[in-house]
Design a protein around this ligand. Structure first.
Ligand code: TRP
Length: 339
């Protein structure tokens, strides 16, 4: 097993560079990644190999990969504390993913709700095999680093379960090799939904104009999107799990995720207010969040060589661990070591 930095438990997570990062990525993932980085030995990657499970424009993918890494840092991830890297820079991810693919029962893969959802939206013949094998690659990401905890949204719990099952299967067949990871779900309520369709998770790859607030949206544009968010025809401003109240609940959730105020205090503050007041308050906190993030992002992108040097150091730190684990797994499976 690879030595862990000061015996801190290890954390690994990633976001696909398949579009522009949204306030959902920030409040549901990045903010939590930042919060745990001193307590855990953290590895945060830009998962470009996952992004190609849908066709990507090459120039766009390259750009989004850099932009995502810059946004991790702008959000507060300190590259001197956490390891920030690009998944495809470490060939061990692809190599272990193949080994795990060969062990992954088709039945398990077909049962993944993300696969079912995504494949249902495409013609049968055009569904790439990568979409089905996506969880084996995610398992490789996690297992290569012996991650103890994986901060992900609850839509990824099934992939985490799959990773544990596959690791157990490998350990059982070939001897103790992988650490079984646990899920680290974000603090209650940090699941941000689409502003135009509050029963679906906010997505960076949804085309409609008022669906997502992007972290690089001009604050005035972000404001407009909040003001146009879908609500309902009632009046009461309360957190609610009622699907009909999902729009108001989502606005309150965004407000809470940014301000960290307790539920009761928020509900009391809006008790005699209207939806317009709620939207203005959310728009204010959102704009105040975006501004410093964008300033820092622009500095990072304009500082020649800085981002590349962060990714180079990240790559070296990640490769050391990943290559050790890969070698061990290859040996256990019976591959002849090159002399
Ligand atoms: N599947 C994750 C998502 O869409 C992204 C991801 C890929 C990931 N590899 C990972 C998350 C490893 C955590 C750990 O959100």
């Amino acid at each position: 097993m690879s030595p862990k930095n000061g015996n801190k438990p290890r954390v690994l997570s990633g976001i696909q560079p398949s579009g522009n990062l949204t306030i959902g990525n920030y409040l549901g993932a990045l903010k939590q990644w930042v919060a745990v980085q001193h307590e855990y030995d953290c590895f945060y990657c830009v998962v470009d190999l996952h992004a190609i499970t849908a066709v990507q424009d090459p120039a766009e993918l390259r750009l989004k990969t850099r932009e995502s890494a810059a946004m991790y840092i702008a959000a507060g991830i300190d590259p001197e504390v956490s390891t920030v890297f690009v998944q495809s820079h470490i060939p061990a991810h692809s190599e272990l993913a193949w080994m795990l693919t060969c062990m992954a029962p088709l039945g398990w893969l077909h049962r993944m709700t993300q696969f079912k959802d995504k494949s249902a939206k495409q013609a049968q013949e055009s569904i790439g095999a990568g979409l089905l094998n996506y969880p084996s690659l995610m398992a490789a990401d996690i297992l290569l680093y012996h991650a103890d905890f994986v901060p992900v949204g609850d839509d990824q719990n099934q992939h985490l379960e799959f990773t544990r099952d596959l690791a157990q299967r490998f350990n059982h067949l070939y001897g103790e090799t992988f650490t079984l990871p646990s899920v680290m779900n974000p603090a209650a309520g940090a699941r941000i939904m689409g502003l135009d369709n509050p029963t679906a998770k906010m997505s960076k790859s949804e085309a409609s104009e008022n669906h997502a607030i992007f972290l690089l949206d001009d604050p005035s544009r972000a404001r407009k999107k909040v003001m146009r968010a879908v609500t309902d025809s009632r009046r009461e401003i309360r957190f609610s799990q009622d699907p009909e109240r999902a729009g108001v609940n989502n606005l309150l959730t965004i407000y809470q995720a940014i301000t960290n105020e307790p539920t009761e205090a928020i509900q009391a503050a809006f008790a005699d207010k209207g939806y317009g007041d709620l939207k203005r308050a959310v728009a204010d906190t959102v704009a105040a969040t975006l501004q410093p993030l964008q300033t820092r992002y622009n500095e990072l992108m304009n500082e020649a060589g800085y981002l590349d040097s962060v990714l180079k150091i990240g790559r070296e730190k990640a490769a050391e661990i990943a290559e050790d684990t890969l070698k061990l797994a290859q040996d256990r499976m019976g591959f002849l070591a090159p002399s």
